[in-house]
Design a protein around this ligand. Structure first.
Ligand code: FUC
Length: 745
């Protein structure tokens, strides 16, 4: 069922409210029945303003820090890093909730029966319905986030003419300065932090009722059959005068009939959502249960493929709703943060979380939803060039483990396991080549080339020689701690395995991109190629595991949520079952050790494990971890629970479910690589593979029954397919899809 369905109100519990969004505007709809509450977000509502936080004392202390690390004086190095390498000020600014709209029926609706609320994922429309036991009148509310009008649009209706009274107020705790209204529009405005940044949020009523009024902080409509509510917001991030922008947007939207706006919204949303479809055989009688009942019920003895299908649709829905058009990238809470001071500032954590948000984009045929991330990388570029120069005396572009709306690149917090890590920009940069691989878009590659090139240039300067290899220093393996032979603990290190894996990928991407774009700087190409050859390789340690650091230290937390050293397995394709079986065994051991020691305890960590098992082609382990994610780390509204809510787990798991069905890299495409027994019959349409290919697969009794692949109109593509042990070479001729049944394969 492509919907989330509930028969009880959320009763003020955010974890039961349901999200809608158009990329810029987001709302959690509480679905309260006898009243209503929307909790609002706008993507540019951040506290504060752009700053230069590069520590001016970094460069003077860098050599000393490196000497201390190489001499094994880790605690001394860590102490000096605390002073010399942290950002000044220490932390980035934070994302904030926009506010709340509270609705009530002015005493006409105090109790109700036959309550229902639904989020239809096929149309991105939320609806509630409730009947008054006293009057028998049915009240409904339909809500959606229109991208065309940049408004949240809600239509409240009653089944009997002239019986709807509706009052609404806009609030933002104590964080706004003015409330204004006229007859049909109410707006609040205020500062965002101590600088000049400010916001405005407004709503407008359109109704067939009488007596529409603004009174104090409320808009009130009486004796109506319907009230259509338009809500929007703007900040100085995009608008000189947010108040004008809000009032103009509301005016423009309210000029259209509700039905026109709704039809436009559905058409626009479907142009994303309908690109892919996934279905499995399941017990249809379960559709009578609510989503929450199904979530409580599902386990290995109570399978529910219907819920898994909804969960995957929901992941695609969330990406479309939080990252489309010219919005900012989806942050830790996507675009659904309820706090003024949110967990981790609801920022962009780029040592896993932001990257995970975008894992489903390419494979789920939503590559364009990744574009806000690339626009953000272009914003980060000049800041990262400054950070590279001022803090490390290097050319190029660097970013640490967090960024903010202004593309800040300096170190974040004083948290040694995470802060002193220069790889955030490099990891993000690897998304460039991957996006190109899936889209064949050379213009995109050209536009993003400066980020890739500058990222490589940074490491050409920053890497230092150690035992004939080139290593990062200082660095960490996010966010783990090691134990040295004498029992002392450390985080700071050189050449952590993850860094080397990212750099192998980055340099290779640069080499391939430079060749395509005809880079003429031969000395740059030569130096990059020399660096690439001197990066350390992956090593296997005493437990048969992939070593996380250059030395085979004990891990302080063997069940740590980060599994950074398996980056080569996923998201990269450096470790593969057919290409590197020995490393694959070690990767499996590493995962087992993490899980045996309590790993996977945050939603995103479990989702990464799921992706890694998909790459190991272990369908049953994928299925078990997917159930564990739903049982242990999923809220009643199907949002991922770190805890608290963090959206990366939804996106990571969506990507993993797709990768259980199809995996492709530059060498080959694998069909149904990790199909669990529980998914023995199903179909998927519209999955994306590399070189812009689109795949339809069907299977029955656990065996592939048909495959259809089409490529872009303008090129001929040779492909190597694998299904189990069977290998097949095919060529996609311009615009002609390839189709075959399993017998032919
Ligand atoms: C990293 C993770 C945490 C959390 C935070 C936002 O620091 O280690 O678990 O996801 O980012």
């Amino acid at each position: 069922m492509t919907a989330l369905r509930y028969t009880t109100p959320s009763q003020g519990d955010w974890n039961k409210a349901l999200p809608i969004g158009n990329g810029k505007l987001g709302a959690m709809i509480y679905g309260e029945g006898t009243s209503e509450h929307f909790q609002l977000n706008e993507d540019s509502v951040w506290f504060g303003q752009k700053r230069n936080r590069n520590n001016p004392d970094a460069l003077a202390n860098l050599d000393t820090i490196r000497d201390l690390i190489f001499a094994g004086k880790i605690s001394k190095a860590e102490e000096l890093c605390k002073y010399a390498l942290t950002g000044t000020p220490q932390s980035q600014h934070t994302y904030q909730t926009l506010g709340d709209v509270y609705f009530d029926y002015c005493g006409k609706m105090n109790e109700g029966t036959d309550f229902q609320r639904n989020l239809d994922l096929s149309t991105a429309i939320h609806s509630t319905e409730i009947t008054s036991p006293v009057t028998g009148i049915c009240y409904t509310c339909e809500t959606f986030a229109s991208i065309g009008q940049n408004c949240i649009v809600a239509q409240f209706k009653s089944s009997t003419a002239n019986t709807l009274d509706l009052a609404a107020s806009l609030q933002r705790e104590c964080f706004y300065e003015t409330t204004s209204h006229n007859k049909d529009t109410l707006w609040i405005s205020g500062k965002l932090g101590g600088g000049d940044e400010s916001f405005c949020c407004g709503m407008k009523f359109a109704t067939d009722g009488s007596d529409l009024q603004g009174i104090g902080e409320h808009l009130i409509a009486r004796d109506a059959s319907y009230v259509t509510v338009f809500i929007t917001a703007a900040t100085t991030y995009r608008h000189k005068n947010p108040e004008n922008a809000v009032l103009e947007t509301l005016e423009r939207a309210a000029a259209f009939p509700y039905k026109t706006l709704k039809d436009e919204h559905i058409k626009e949303y479907k142009s994303y959502f309908e690109r892919m479809e996934f279905s499995l055989d399941y017990d249809k009688s379960l559709d009578l249960l609510t989503t929450e009942e199904r979530l409580t019920r599902i386990d290995s003895d109570h399978p529910d493929n219907g819920l898994l299908m909804t969960y995957m649709d929901f992941g695609r829905y969330l990406l479309i709703s939080s990252s489309r058009g010219d919005c900012l990238p989806a942050n830790l809470q996507g675009i659904w943060n309820k706090d003024m001071s949110a967990a981790w500032g609801s920022k962009y954590t780029i040592n896993i979380n932001t990257e995970m948000n975008y894992w489903p984009a390419n494979i789920c045929n939503l590559s364009d939803c990744e574009l806000p991330l690339f626009s953000h990388m272009l914003r980060m570029l000049p800041n990262g060039q400054k950070t590279a120069k001022e803090m490390y005396g290097c050319h190029g572009f660097v970013a640490h483990h967090n960024t903010d709306i202004w593309g800040d690149t300096a170190p974040q917090d004083i948290y040694i396991p995470a802060t002193f890590w220069v790889m955030g920009g490099a990891w993000l940069s690897t998304h460039i080549w991957n996006h190109y691989l899936y889209t064949n878009d050379t213009n995109f590659l050209k536009e993003m080339y400066p980020v890739l090139k500058e990222s490589v240039r940074f490491f050409m300067d920053f890497l230092v020689e150690r035992e004939e290899k080139l290593v990062t220093c200082p660095s960490v393996s996010p966010e783990n701690t090691y134990i040295m032979e004498d029992g002392t603990r450390g985080c700071l290190t050189y050449g952590s395995t993850m860094d080397n894996e990212i750099l192998h990928e980055l340099f290779a991407h640069f080499r391939k991109t430079a060749a395509i774009l005809g880079e003429t700087d031969t000395s740059l190409l030569q130096t990059a190629s020399d660096c690439e050859k001197r990066l350390p390789d992956i090593q296997i340690g005493k437990y048969g595991q992939i070593m996380e650091w250059q030395k085979d230290y004990e891990e302080a937390e063997p069940g740590h949520r980060h599994i950074s050293h398996l980056w080569a397995l996923h998201p990269a394709h450096q470790i593969t079952p057919d290409g590197t079986p020995e490393l694959c065994r070690a990767a499996r051991t590493t995962l087992q050790r993490r899980l045996e020691n309590g790993g996977g305890h945050t939603g995103w960590s479990r989702a990464w494990i799921l992706n890694m098992y998909a790459r190991l082609w272990e369908g049953e382990a994928c299925y078990d971890n997917l159930l564990a994610l739903l049982k242990k780390s999923t809220l009643p509204n199907l949002l991922d629970n770190h805890p608290p809510f963090q959206i990366d787990g939804n996106f990571g798991a969506t990507a993993a479910m797709a990768e259980m069905l199809l995996q492709s890299d530059e060498q080959r495409t694998i069909l149904l690589p990790a199909l669990p027994k529980a998914w023995s019959k199903g179909e998927v349409h519209g999955l994306r593979g590399v070189y812009g290919t689109t795949w339809d697969l069907a299977w029955n009794d656990g065996f592939l029954t048909s495959v259809t692949v089409s490529g872009p109109e303008d090129c001929t593509i040779p492909l190597t397919l694998f299904y189990g042990n069977v290998k097949k070479e095919i060529v996609l001729h311009k615009g002609h899809p390839y189709h075959c049944s399993w017998v032919e394969i």
